[in-house]
Design a protein around this ligand. Structure first.
Ligand code: C2E
Ligand code: CA
Ligand code: CA
Ligand code: CA
Length: 279
């Protein structure tokens, strides 16, 4: 038993070392990823629940890693936050998303608004506003064409800086969406104070809607709350026709999810738009 224990210990030890080593390596590579043009944005459409018209696309970052292939945010956003690289990544993302929207507009491809995720850490730095305004100015995109998706964690860790940034975004006319709505623990008082434009019902509720009556009740409740406050509601993670039907019936305004389209690379999104237009 003793030898087994030791063997197991050294197994975990080396496993841990391996993982530490791997993440250290990734962290160092992340520093170069932006400069080397390895980050790419994929875009997932959001459609009007009733007409099916595309009203926005959400930019989702991916890392085209030279040896590991396409990495998803779950594999590197945490590292970017820990290493302080998230700010630089955020600057790039805002700039690239706005540039892409301007390009689509110039070519008559109508995707509606551009939604960009901004993490709680980025809201601690007032320079977020500068880079946001620079991205708007460089692209010529109107503030109202940009939507910033924040999670309730921004609001839970609310600081003077984050408050001021959100206030300023509102003044500029930039849309504010509360992402993963219903999963945080912050009080609803912030809805009154910050006046977001949009609530995004978390995909866990959407996904369980066809099997779980509590999730259905939560979805209906969020729609009711949003309507009463004059906010729009997006349901994300729509994967089946049954979920779509329930969401339409519940009065959800906008739908997003694999059932409509996966996050797509630029060319794939353009092809999807063209095909949809011709139907
Ligand atoms: P999120 O903002 O909640 O984005 C939705 C996630 O759900 C995306 O994962 C998307 O690909 C996925 N998804 C969309 N439709 C469906 C569906 O029907 N079913 C299922 N199961 N999943 C669906 P992704 O792209 O891996 O991104 C994960 C998270 O990483 C995002 O969650 C967001 O919090 C963060 N993230 C992504 N891009 C950025 C970025 O540019 N900056 C920051 N700060 N965070 C980002
Ligand atoms: Ca989001
Ligand atoms: Ca979400
Ligand atoms: Ca999320």
């Amino acid at each position: 038993a003793k030898t087994l224990g030791r063997a197991r210990y050294s197994f975990f030890h080396s496993e841990l070392n391996f993982r530490l080593q791997a993440s250290l390596e990734l962290e160092q590579q992340l520093a170069h990823a932006i400069a080397h043009g390895e980050l790419v944005l994929h875009y997932q459409p959001q459609v009007d629940a009733m007409s099916g018209a595309v009203v926005a696309v959400e930019a989702l970052v991916r890392w085209q890693h030279p040896t590991r292939g396409l990495l998803f945010p779950g594999q590197f956003i945490g590292l970017a936050e820990e290493s302080g690289k998230i700010a630089e990544m955020g600057v790039w993302t805002l700039r690239e998303a706005c540039r892409q929207l301007a390009d689509w507009k110039a070519r008559g491809i109508r995707v509606g608004n551009m939604a960009v995720n901004v993490s709680a850490l980025e809201f601690r730095d007032h320079r977020l506003l500068d880079s946001l305004q620079a991205a708007l100015a460089a692209s010529g995109i109107a503030p109202s064409e940009l939507e910033i998706e924040i999670t309730e964690s921004v609001l839970m860790a609310e600081t003077e800086t984050s408050q001021r940034i959100i206030e300023r975004l509102r003044q500029l006319g930039v849309g504010i969406a509360i992402d993963d709505f219903g999963t945080g623990y912050s009080s609803l008082a912030y809805l009154k104070r910050l006046r977001p434009n949009q609530l995004k019902i978390d995909q866990s509720f959407v996904n369980d809607a066809d099997t779980d009556s509590d999730s259905r009740a939560i979805v209906r409740g969020v729609v009711g709350l949003a309507n009463a406050l004059g906010l729009s509601v997006v349901a994300e993670g729509v994967e089946t026709i049954e979920q779509q039907a329930f969401l339409q019936e519940s009065g959800c305004h906008t739908l997003q999810g694999y059932y409509i389209a996966r996050p797509l690379a630029v060319e794939a999104l353009e092809a999807w738009m063209a095909e949809r237009h011709n139907k």
